[in-house]
Ligand binder design. Structure first.
Ligand code: FES
Ligand SMILES: [Fe+2]
Length: 401
């Protein structure tokens, strides 16, 4: 136990992490994994149909989507550009410390307003120089005499619903989509995320991948460990056990554990002696985010976020990856350790997971009529997610005709 009380895990975090480790240690001991009732088939059309894809893109504009963490826009004036939902969005912190989101569109003639993420307190359009404050208000209008009669108040930036909760920033790309109630959206999962203290997590490295596959082909790879021993034989499999999973659903969100190989030893030790920093759990924020809470090869705890989005066609996926150093991982290790880890995971995802996802998408596009993929009972979270996503589309009025 560390001497600095602010670095000690909260009781809630330790309880939660131990419950997941306990469940996984039991499964290791018994040689079993969580199973769905039966296999599940999914028609190739769900991945390749352009109409289905358009409806999914529409759903992403309507739902509250987590865009970043609080410290990504830590100070007044800090900005983040977020274009993965279709329209480009500027997320910023205003002078009063409130997070706001705007369409990155100048209300004069629609030019792209913010082109780099600086910390300036005003935003000036490079086309004709209209200037806006951090609340989106038009405060500078060169050649104002030419706009006599124009209602200035109505020419502010288009503001989008945004909410900051427990260190996370959620945004909705539809200006008319209504306020976001994060606690309601997360439901019982809120407490499970709250103890991670994401508001203290410092950004270490960010990247973006564009991949030629359907976003669900890519997403499915995050939801099971059945493939670790084969696809990740030399990268992930030396550290993590293949095909042993413990799933805890929280409505449409979920927590899933993949045991580490050194956890066989935990079975012989009392829980009070389990080291805090030896953890591995995945938190799935519906519909598109996997948060990997794990310890890296040097024992450093990291938060790895993998955000997936449907790209412009059914065969394109955008992935935003971001690695954070948790507030409690405040030892002497250099930030570089987290940056190196980010690069390692990105390489594995790109060269292994996404490489098979691209090949599978090509095959699904050319598959014989009536072909279905099949998810085993062991691919329990993949099954759950596809059911939940189909239900979500129905609820939004975007289901199958
Ligand atoms: S389009 Fe921005 S000032 Fe003209
Ligand atoms: Fe994988």
């Amino acid at each position: 136990m560390t001497a600095d009380p602010s670095l000690a895990p909260s009781a809630a975090r330790r309880d939660s992490h131990n419950s997941l480790r306990r469940a996984l240690v039991e499964r290791l001991r018994d040689g079993r994994t969580d199973l769905a009732e039966t296999v599940m088939e999914i028609d190739a059309h769900a991945y390749v149909d352009p109409d289905r894809h358009a409806r999914e893109r529409e759903a992403f504009r309507k739902l509250p989507i987590m865009a970043c963490l609080s410290l990504d826009v830590a100070e007044p004036g800090d900005k983040l550009l977020f274009d993965a939902l279709g329209p480009e969005i500027v997320i910023l912190r205003d002078g009063e410390g409130q997070v706001r989101a705007f369409l990155n569109m100048c209300p004069h003639r629609a030019a792209r307003l913010v082109t780099e993420c600086d910390s300036r307190k005003r935003m000036t359009c490079r086309f004709h120089g209209w200037t806006f404050d951090l609340k989106g208000k038009l405060i500078g209008l060169p050649g104002a005499e030419g706009f006599a009669g124009m209602e200035r108040e109505a020419r502010g930036l288009v503001e989008l619903p945004v909410a900051e909760w427990a260190g996370m920033v959620f945004v909705r790309a539809d200006p008319e989509g209504g306020l976001i109630d994060v606690a309601e959206w997360l439901g019982p999962f809120a407490a499970e995320l709250e103890h991670l203290e994401l508001g203290r997590a410092r950004p270490m490295r960010r990247s973006r991948l564009e991949t030629r596959t359907n976003w669900k082909c890519a997403w499915d790879t995050y939801c099971e460990s059945y493939h670790f021993a084969t696809l990740h034989a030399t990268t992930v499999a030396p550290r993590l056990v293949s095909n042993v999973m413990a799933l805890t659903p929280f409505d449409r969100h979920a927590r899933m554990g993949f045991p580490r190989k050194d956890w066989y030893a935990l079975a012989d030790a009392p829980e009070t002696e389990w080291p805090d920093e030896n953890f591995g759990g995945n938190y799935f924020i519906f519909p598109n985010i996997n948060l990997n809470v794990s310890s890296g090869p040097n024992g450093e705890m990291f938060y790895g976020f993998y955000h997936l989005y449907p790209g412009e066609t059914s065969g394109s996926t955008v992935t935003r990856m971001a690695t954070y150093r948790p507030g409690h991982a405040d030892g002497p290790q250099p930030d570089e350790d987290w940056q190196v880890l980010h690069g390692f995971i990105e390489d594995v995802v790109r060269t292994e997971d996404y490489s098979v996802s691209e090949e599978a998408y090509r095959n699904l596009s050319d598959a014989p009529e009536g072909f279905s993929a099949v998810f085993g009972a062991n691919e329990i979270l993949v099954q759950k997610w596809h059911r939940d996503w189909a239900d979500q589309l129905e609820e939004l009025g975007l289901g199958e005709a």
